[in-house]
Design a protein around this ligand. Structure first.
Ligand SMILES: [Zn+2]
Length: 282
């Protein structure tokens, strides 16, 4: 709940407040109290049971095997409503039919979470084969992709706008839909360059398709980075190389380098080329 991250809560709240939606927020111990404190800082006299049905679910991970959920409903002026505790069998905090989200704990002086989004199955449309069958592109393909990801019966009837109905199996045997392993996207900030952080992060990010990783300090300021429990850009590059991430994106740049971001990108690239140097600060 450091300010450079949690300040964004207000922006999300402002954008979603007048929509029928449910926002789930996952975080470390203390998250629920922090969400409640944010919500209590505003005046909600205009909200009542006729308001848009917007609610926030704070899902607080105890860093082990429990997830405690609390609901804050706009129609109830965001009063805290405990939903109970879920026992976790793994570090998958969110399970959906098409994807799941895993978390690990990182040390930033305080516990901090890094996440991996894992798509269950990648489904692409083969445009040339679609054209070959004289089938149109459109939203109907989104529904078909969902059916493939959920391993639906090949006999399922597909309605195609302006064409005769087809069976899912016919689209599959014509190879209109191509499947492959789902994408993995990792997001890691804030973390110190220590052995426990690196071993956990490498396990999470190994061979991911994308790794978004903090790398906000130049090598010349390595001591400052270490004292703030942050990585340098070159350390971030080292980690991305060791994780064998297909694409990696450095982020969370310190404002001291405003206008000099290219230097950080260059040092990240050098670290990426060099690979992991075993030189821990903690
Ligand atoms: Zn931060």
């Amino acid at each position: 709940m450091h300010m450079d991250h949690f300040a964004g809560f207000d922006r999300i709240l402002r954008l979603l407040l007048n929509r029928t939606a449910e926002l789930q927020i996952f975080g470390p111990p203390g998250l629920t109290d922090a969400v409640e404190a944010k919500l209590r800082s505003y005046t909600w006299n205009l909200l009542d049971e006729t308001s848009e049905d917007f609610s926030i679910i704070a899902a607080e991970w105890n860093l082990k095997d429990e997830l405690t959920r609390s609901r804050f409903k706009a129609r109830n002026k965001f009063a805290r409503d405990p939903l109970g505790v879920e026992a976790l069998a793994s570090r998958r905090l969110l399970m959906e039919p098409d994807f799941h989200v895993e978390a690990i704990e990182l040390d930033h002086g305080i516990p901090c979470l890094a996440f991996a989004f894992q798509e269950s199955l990648r489904v692409n449309v083969h445009k040339a084969r679609l054209d070959g069958l004289d089938l149109p592109v459109g939203p109907w393909l989104t529904g078909v992709k969902q059916l493939v990801r959920s391993h639906a019966d090949p006999g399922t009837i597909i309605t195609i706008p302006g064409r005769r109905d087809m069976k899912l199996g016919d689209l599959l045997s014509a190879k209109v839909l191509v499947t492959g392993p789902g994408e993995r996207i990792c997001y890691a900030t804030d973390l110190a360059f220590t052995e426990p952080n690196l071993s956990r992060l490498l396990a999470l990010a190994e061979e991911s398709d994308y790794l978004f990783i903090e790398g906000g300090f130049l090598d010349e300021d390595e001591d400052i980075a270490a004292s703030r429990r942050h990585l340098t850009a070159s350390q971030a590059g080292n980690i991305a190389a060791a994780a064998r991430a297909a694409r990696s994106v450095p982020m969370h740049f310190s404002p001291r380098y405003l206008g000099r971001e290219q230097l950080l990108l260059d040092e990240f690239q050098k670290g990426l080329t060099a690979g992991l140097a075993i030189r821990f600060s903690g």
